[in-house]
Design a protein around this ligand. Structure first.
Ligand code: NDP
Length: 405
């Protein structure tokens, strides 16, 4: 039995905390530590009320203050830190974990505040430090990044000799009834989707303007949805770990209304990340926009519909062409009923808790910095289904994606 420290108190942290509390046989106790302690207290109170689990403590912490976080870690001595705050804190939390001798897990790769460019290089640079310390860092253990890489590793292990084409397909066919809202932190989300798209082809990255490649893809139990190629961080580690991949793309669905709002936000300068002066005070337009947009955590109550995220793969098995589709669909209303959070938080928080369980039970082990496709996919996917995200697979039926050979 183990104890963990969850950092952050947003939608994803809420779901992960609920799921940890549902498994006291592994998570004997845990702390929720975040910038605003009242949010941690609310999650702890809801868990006690809903699940009768009372072993949650809370603390206020600025995760960018390495000495303060190191002191908190030394005082609480968790077996693992689950970093579910924001990507800006990845490196300071990894530093504090190294200081205190504690292993680390997150759900999004590091991004500097002043430049909207995420890449794994910053965190892969910690490889030797974690190895030398005998500690484990598990990077990107949400759904995408996260489950999509485990799906790919599962496909490589069980269904392919070589993977040649990978398309990660992410649909949110949900309706929260708001004119415009993002499903996770608006600042991080808008920074991600307004940067240039990028995909991997024949050994190099092809850069494209945002939203310039569109295709209507069919999602299981959802139907056709307009999908656009974006860059997503897991592509970077997947093409490194599966070098037979000739092309890897990431597709996400967006509705016309959403794109119209986004275009206006960009055109009037509200997506800017450089400081501007407003009434003698320096503000960052996108940070201000975040304060007036709906809190993603508040979307759950009337959210209907579902998400559908998966991997569509083509490659070779026993000398023959093989196509494969593996996916999960998650209902927003069901996620809300169980945890008080919507489906996007649920599909991130459940894998984070499942990855933590893999580490704490010794299924995923090793000293160093790891992306999740480097571990055994089988025990993770078994538990993921038990924890509320059942997945399905289809072989030899995928004719929709276009392949050069
Ligand atoms: P939220 O914005 O809802 O929550 C973020 C939390 O982090 C808030 O409680 C916030 O505190 C806290 N926080 C921010 N800065 C600090 C700091 N310096 N020190 C301590 N706490 C801090 O985000 P989500 O819950 O939606 O997302 C959490 C993470 O999950 C993000 O990194 C996001 O990118 C990632 N994600 C990953 C996905 C995946 O599939 N892999 C999908 C969706 C999200 P406060 O309340 O004070 O603002």
């Amino acid at each position: 039995m183990s104890k963990v420290m969850i950092i952050g108190a947003g939608g994803v942290a809420r779901v992960a905390a609920f799921k940890c509390a549902e498994h006291p046989e592994v998570f004997e106790s845990f702390m929720i530590a975040s910038r605003t302690v009242s949010k941690c207290d609310r999650i702890a109170a809801d868990i006690e009320k809903e699940l009768g689990y009372a072993n949650v403590t809370t603390a206020a912490i600025d995760a960018e203050d390495v000495p303060a976080l190191t002191a908190l870690l030394n005082e609480y001595r968790p077996d693992l830190v689950m970093h579910l705050a924001l990507p800006y804190q990845d490196l300071t939390i990894m530093d504090a974990c190294l200081n205190a001798g504690i292993s680390y897990l997150d759900t999004a790769n590091y991004e500097p505040k002043e430049e909207a460019k995420f890449e794994y290089g910053h965190q892969w640079a910690y490889q030797q430090k974690f190895k030398d310390a005998g500690l484990t860092a598990i990077l990107g253990c949400g759904f995408d990044p996260g489950v999509t890489q485990v799906f790919t590793a599962y496909a490589a292990k069980h269904h392919f000799d070589e993977i040649h084409y990978l398309d990660i397909v992410d649909a949110n066919a949900g309706d929260h009834g708001k004119a415009f809202a993002t499903n996770f932190n608006p600042e991080i989300n808008i920074r991600e989707i307004t940067q240039n798209g990028k995909y991997w082809e024949n050994g190099e990255w092809v850069e494209i303007p945002p939203f310039s490649i569109r295709k209507d893809l069919n999602y299981p139990d959802v139907g056709p949805k307009a999908s656009y190629v974006l860059f997503h961080e897991e592509l970077e580690s997947l093409v490194k770990n599966f070098p037979t991949i000739k092309r890897a793309r990431f597709w996400m669905t967006f509705g016309d209304e959403y794109l119209t709002h986004l275009r206006v936000i960009e055109n009037i300068g509200m997506a800017g990340i450089q400081p501007v002066m407003h009434k003698g005070v320096e503000i960052i337009p996108l940070e201000f926009l975040k304060t007036v947009l709906p809190d993603p955590g508040s979307l759950g109550e009337n959210y209907v519909g579902q998400t559908s995220i998966g991997c569509r793969i083509k490659g070779i098995k026993d000398g023959k062409d093989q196509t494969y589709y593996i996916w999960n669909n998650c209902q927003h209303a069901q996620a809300y009923k169980e945890t008080g959070a919507q489906g996007v938080s649920y599909t991130t928080g459940v894998p984070a808790m499942t990855g933590a369980m893999m580490f704490l039970t010794g299924e995923w082990a090793g000293a160093g910095v790891f992306n999740v496709e480097e571990f055994n996919p089988d025990p993770f996917l078994k538990k993921l289904a038990e924890h509320g995200l059942p997945w399905r697979e289809k072989l030899g039926v995928d004719t929709e994606m276009e392949y050069p050979d």
